[in-house]
Write a protein that binds this ligand. Structure first.
Ligand code: PMV
Length: 333
């Protein structure tokens, strides 16, 4: 049996995608910019099923056990498979197994990583390169817009045309350009109760949403420049402002969405304090309570030593900028 296995990382948004102008096609209201991670990955193995007419979709619970995927995961994968099959005109039934190295559905971009892994694995299974130019657009059509960015490594903007808001993701700089660390404080490993999709749909009901959209193009330009110049102070200022703004929009949407928990605020406060003491550190938060603490490699050990003293954090994941999806020689079945 010929198997294809791919590992694809999650990403952390520095400028957040929040709100859609076309729900059917997952087209955003604003351009976003993220850093692809290294250790938070989804793995996916797929192979043609020799017998049967329907797909077999499995979830790996531990290194030796595969179980049938739960209905939500199964539906999401089946829907995306339909898109991939039509695009690549490849219709054989498949056996697919997938797993994550980090908490699923907790706001650490597991959908982005998972759909990116599936998209790349399917393309390779059909004989295409893992760098096929359609992969970003295809991953986005899974319904998880941020998956469009996970097919590339380093610092990634999506869509590439920030004015027309069209086109696939593009890499702004590779990971080795600025190998920032991301210390992820997992405040809550449970599946979040309000999905990003609900947040995207509610965003425009916030009275502050249009003001946000007006200001974003300039913030994106400034952040892009800060990354290219490795200017940490500017990056820190923009990234924290952006994180607070995303949650301010969520909290003022109808119905309001509150992702933060007490520990979220405690980490934000400690990070600001450490920065005022001269350390290169800042924080951002996607749609969940978990905090991504970004810092330079040099300051990372000292910052972690301080932050781990805080209470209310279930676990830490020590991650950093990474290179994007890769083919694996080890398979899940
Ligand atoms: O791609 P989605 O639908 O899971 O939405 C992602 C939303 C944020 O993580 C909050 C922002 C982003 O750009 O990743």
């Amino acid at each position: 049996m010929k198997r294809i296995s791919v590992s694809s990382p999650a990403n952390i948004a520095l400028i957040k995608y929040w709100g859609m102008r076309d729900v059917q096609n997952t087209l955003p209201n604003n351009a976003s910019l993220s850093m692809t991670l290294n250790r938070c990955v989804s793995r996916c193995t797929l192979a043609t099923l020799q017998r049967g007419v329907s797909d077999e979709i499995l979830w790996q619970v531990s290194s030796s056990a595969l179980i049938p995927a739960d209905p939500t995961l199964r539906q999401g994968i089946e829907r995306h498979l339909q898109t991939l099959r039509e695009h690549f005109d490849h219709w054989q039934p498949l056996r697919i197994a997938t797993t994550n190295s980090f908490p699923t559905g907790a706001g650490i971009a597991s959908s982005a990583a998972g759909f990116s892994a599936l998209t790349v694995a399917f393309a390779v299974h059909c004989g295409h390169s893992p760098q096929h130019p359609d992969l970003s657009d295809l991953a986005r059509r899974s319904g998880s817009g941020s998956a469009a960015r996970s097919v590339l490594g380093g610092f990634v903007q999506w869509p590439c045309d920030a004015l027309l808001l069209s086109g696939p993701a593009r890499q702004i700089a590779p990971a080795h350009h600025w190998p920032l660390h991301d210390l992820i404080a997992v405040v809550d490993t449970r599946r979040k109760t309000v999905s990003s999709r609900q947040g995207h749909l509610a965003a425009a009901s916030s009275p502050f949403y249009l003001t946000r959209l007006d200001r974003l193009p300039e913030r994106l330009d400034n952040l892009r420049r800060a990354i290219l110049e490795r200017d940490f102070d500017t990056l820190a200022d923009l990234v924290e402002r952006e994180a607070v703004e995303l949650h301010m929009i969520a909290m003022t949407s109808q119905p309001p969405i509150f992702y933060w928990q007490p520990a979220t605020l405690a980490i934000l406060a400690r990070v600001r304090q450490l920065r005022s003491e001269g350390l290169e550190v800042c924080a951002t938060i996607d749609a969940g309570p978990n905090v991504h603490v970004l810092c330079t490699a040099q300051d990372s050990p000292g910052i972690f030593a301080e932050l781990r003293k805080l209470h209310g954090i279930e676990r830490w994941i020590l991650d950093r900028a990474g290179d994007g999806p890769r083919l694996l020689h080890e398979h899940l079945f």
